[in-house]
Design a protein around this ligand. Structure first.
Ligand code: HEC
Length: 171
């Protein structure tokens, strides 16, 4: 009897101790977690708000003037007209544009495709364009409101963003 109730007391205090420990650990973890979270959010916010500024203006800072203006123009046109479907480094709705020049036979051919994708795809002369269309299952809209120079600036921006050398003719 006596040893039984002793055992019960022992078990009970063991349980209380255990629960107490778990509680303390939980509280400590919660406290740490919340302070980490707060710190994380603050850092996150700072980085996020700094990102767009850092992105293009800092990146082009080392470029000489004609290239810099072209890349900035290309960036702006890309953001406004292409970024909803394309990224430089990853597939979005359409293919990643990095290295695109190597997938077509000439820059003129790419420019023509960007202006008139439907014509090129349905024209029956370009197997690669047909293959792209089959792979992505969506027709890119025409961009015939752009002139060649504007499209070239987008392609230059893509190269620059991809870390490729951008060679430009002056004048
Ligand atoms: C509404 C979505 C959409 C928009 C906007 C769009 N594209 Fe596309 N793009 C596609 C899709 C989808 C493909 C895959 C081919 C196809 O089916 O048209 C493609 C293919 C391409 C290709 C061929 C890629 C390769 O890997 O050979 C180029 C180059 C391209 N787009 C450039 C552009 C540029 C530059 C702009 C902006 C001026 C633009 N696209 C805007 C959806 C879009």
């Amino acid at each position: 009897m006596n040893s039984n109730s002793n055992n019960e007391i022992l078990t009970l205090s063991g349980v209380i101790l255990g629960v107490g420990l778990v509680l303390i650990i939980t509280v400590v973890m919660l406290f740490n977690g919340s302070s980490e979270n707060t710190a994380g959010t603050t850092t996150g916010n700072t980085t996020t708000s700094a990102a767009p500024v850092e992105d293009i203006n800092t990146k082009v800072a080392s470029l000489a003037e004609p290239q810099k203006a072209t890349v900035l123009q290309g960036h702006e046109l890309f953001q406004g007209n292409c970024a909803q479907c394309h990224a430089v480094d990853k597939k979005v709705v359409g293919p990643a544009l990095k290295g695109v020049e190597a997938r077509w036979s000439s820059e003129a051919e790419i420019i023509n495709f960007i202006k008139y994708p439907e014509k090129v795809i349905t024209g029956g002369k370009n197997d690669y364009a047909v293959k792209l269309y089959e792979e992505y299952g969506q027709m890119m809209p025409n961009h015939d409101f752009f002139n060649d120079e504007q499209i070239k600036s987008i392609l230059t921006y893509v190269k620059f963003e991809a870390g490729e050398e951008i060679a430009m003719k002056l004048g």
